[in-house]
Design a protein around this ligand. Sequence first.
Ligand code: 13P
Length: 256
Amino acid sequence: MRQPVVMGNWKLNGSKAMVTDLLTALNAELEGVTGVDVAVAPPALYVDLAERTLTDAGSAIILGAQNTDVNNSGAFTGDMSPEMLKDFGATHIIIGHSERRQYHNESDEFIAQKFAFLKENGLTPVFCIGESEAQNEAGETEAVCARQIDAVINNSGVEALNGAIIAYEPIWAIGTGKAATADDAQRIHASIRAHIAAKSEEVAKNVVIQYGGSVKPENAEAYFAQPDIDGALVGGAALDAKSFAAIAKAAAKAKA
Ligand code: 13P
């Protein structure tokens, strides 16, 4: 049985006040909620404050981050390492987000290196894949996702996906309000799982595959009712404690 994971990707949003207010409210909203792993990925600068806030509250919320370098230390100006993230209690690290691929020219191969380095350091990659609108319209969705996953499998082997999280995020659905239908998302999730199963049925059965792209409390239940959708990676709606908690509760309920 896969435990659903609902993660909030705060992207480039936050302030000291926002971090403490949002996490305090979220922790209260989630009191007594079981059967779902809830994680947050604040901007790097706020990971420290997030750790202190969650620790003070005795919170079960998992701390994450939005990126990592492929080195633990050295002359790499502006970067941030798995060791540093671990030092602040961050365990679930987003890599390969379409915004990194697009604005920072991150390639499949570079993302595969990040994946391997996170695993080497005992951290959980939250590995984002997904197609553009043009690729979607050209019927290339499954092929694009397979290629992105194969970069990791070719570099690290299929077993490396054990314990990792895959987030299927169609680029055209991110921040647009134009979410994939639950049926379409399920079809792609099933194809991703089948692609992995061709290499290892055991890994495919156990790997968590989140959906991301305009997930809101209003549409969350429909996604989580699908057999291959194991949670969500949430952007906009994760900036509001009530909305994000409602999504997490929907996952817990649907998968109970
Ligand atoms: P939105 O939920 O704002 O569409 O963002 C999704 C996303 O990119 C999460 O990583």
